[in-house]
Design a protein around this ligand. Sequence first.
Ligand SMILES: O=C(CO)[C@H](O)[C@H](O)COP(=O)(O)O
Length: 331
Amino acid sequence: MPIPPAILTPDLSTPNATVYPSPLRQTLGQSVQYIKTSTPPPLNPPDIKVPSPTTIIEASKRLAAWTAVDRHVLPECKVIGIGSGSTVPYVVERIVAQGKEMNKDRVFIPTSFQSKELIVNAQLLLGDVDQYPALDVTVDGADEVDETLNCIKGGGACHLREKVLAEAADTFIVVADYRKNSDVLGKNFTQGVPIEVAQFAYAKVLQNVHLLGSPNAVLRMAKSKAGPVVTDNGNFVIDAPFPEEMMKDPYTLLKRLKMLTGVVEVGLFCHMAKAAYFGNQDGSVTVKWHDGRIESVDSGSSPIPKANENGKNGKHHAHNVQMRNVSIREM
Ligand SMILES: O=C(CO)[C@H](O)[C@H](O)COP(=O)(O)O
């Protein structure tokens, strides 16, 4: 996919919260509030082909990624964590579009081999978490996100490093397409909770995970290699589907799984994300915030970006996908 020509900094104004206080739904003892925000900066995407189901999903990922980058990868962010998966290339694409000047004194920390490649290929400065243990922001994908921003991660077996960078960042932001937006974890992503385990311990951990309530948990096998998936850290991965009742309390499950000897990291990210951005089929972006607010950003009727014209002097001018004023609606 072509990287769009460099543009200067868009108007990166932060949401102008006009809060509607009526409690519409309870989450974690907090009321869900629907908020109105100022118009986000317009998207200015490159050409893509005629829609098909696949490209609608891809366009939804891009909408989410670009909106999140515009709002959270701000000029003052100098140390930036880059997640893994198929949504993250759009994050890097949008960061590159902020321009060489903006990126020249930034360092980017990868969560995987894949994201290291993305950083290097985009000619961004590569760093490591042992040099930069404190990050300004990390932006990453997710396999599923529940009502209170708990996430399943690790579909790509990168969740150890992803969790380290999520935790190390002042702000952790999730970007995904609409299929990942859920009320209870495990409803959409049914293959189970990814659990990274030391190779030596996998059989014992698997047995314990069965006893813990996931009788169908399995060792993840590679697709184009005989034998199991081996993570970037040289470990194996167990995929453990748990019953809905257990998935309704992912933090308790996380603690129990982490106590098993041989478990390196669990792909349950609890109480970590500040916001999750979901690109929708209708071209809007749903933003779930950590405090229970749900925002709908309307970017127009189609999620398929059309041809664009880059503005002069580095400013956005004609935009075929305009981010209109945010609409308030119940979900
Ligand atoms: O956790 C991950 C990798 O370990 C990814 O973030 C997750 O699998 C989502 O990927 P995608 O953006 O392709 O849906």
